[in-house]
Ligand binder design. Sequence first.
Ligand code: FAD
Length: 384
Amino acid sequence: MKRLAELPASAELVVIGAGVIGAATAFAARRAGIDAVVLEARPAAATATTAAATGVYRVQQDDPDELALVRETVAAMEDFAVFSGQDRYDPAPTRAGLLSLTTTTEGAEQQRAVVEHQRSIGVDGVELLDGDEVRARFPFLAPAIVSGRFRAHDGLLDQRQLALGLLERVPVVTGCRVTGFDGRDVITTRGTISAGACVIACGPMSGAVARLAGVELPIATYLRHKVVLPDVPAVPQWAPLVFDDDTGAHWRPALRGAYVLISVGGQEPCEAVDDPAVEADFAFRVLDPASPYSVARLSPFWADVWEDGRAHWAVQCGLYTVTPDHRPLIDETPVPGLYVNTGYSGHGVMCSIAGGRLLVERLNGERNSFALDRTFQPPRHKTR
Ligand SMILES: Cc1cc2nc3c(=O)[nH]c(=O)nc-3n(C[C@H](O)[C@H](O)[C@H](O)COP(=O)(O)OP(=O)(O)OC[C@H]3O[C@@H](n4cnc5c(N)ncnc54)[C@H](O)[C@@H]3O)c2cc1C
């Protein structure tokens, strides 16, 4: 990252936000020969939502347009040094697999319907396994599981390295908060910069920043947590992401331990804030075997980890930025020259590189299916 000491007086393109979406946007712009500068309110890049992410990519998608974004992004990550022109940072995508499990016959029916739909839009390599087949491949799993949906070529990555790699040759002004717009001038806490065009890529704060220009975005924000257990010898490091379809609880191997999360539908939206507060009992909800959301339900070794009691953990949280159809917004706003690249729900990391390219094509007048004025259909499967 080329950290600039001063705010430049002007730039062809100003990208607001140095998360993975701002990084991908600025990267694509510079690749297209556009002089882009990133303004970031925090002292460091990729430290907001991007840092809180699970670090999962999956071709198992329900929306054909998002499927294309994921495929393009994963392909670029698999050859990242060549793609990004640097070898300092490596998101290291690993085909560890993604396994969704259920203990009910209704859940098994739903899994069949999901797989049928995914196959119909061209998702390949998804297997439906019964309980015995699941346990034969992953012996750490519980007897209660009746069905599993598995794709071996989905996987895990380091999303901070992805963002930092994309930013490696991009000028960034950190500690620079955008506070207003005056025509093509972008007003910040470190002065004013004149922008040929400007992209709001502020994750959950995108709505608040767009409002500074009088633009209302159709987005809501939802709180999500991640328990980071840096060192747990009992976690099989070869495991895939293990997702409990009945509760939304899931875990993936990470560091020398694991990340543990929950993804639930029907949550109330929350206020978009820069630093959302962690709910004190979250770790107990996913780790205590007595909790109905415990990861020990399907992966019993977690009960031993709990009983043993030695594991250290810390809890991070971030906000999902969600549109009514759970697809991103990659478009020019009604204010000429002001663009948005946001609203990726739980898919921003895995769609980032392609989303950045689409935004830059939009700058050049090309439309895409993630327009602000589209008709928002409810999502087929909710991704919160
Ligand atoms: C718990 C959790 C798990 C997730 N897991 C995954 C996953 O496994 N895979 C996946 O693909 N996606 C996942 N996601 C979604 C993904 O993390 C997001 O879609 C993505 O990180 C959004 O990136 P962003 O750059 O838009 O936002 P952010 O990373 O939040 O970056 C926005 C930046 O804008 C800056 N900013 C805000 N306001 C201003 C201002 N006024 N002036 C200047 N700068 C400003 C912020 O400081 C911030 O750095 C997950 C999200 C969460 C919360």
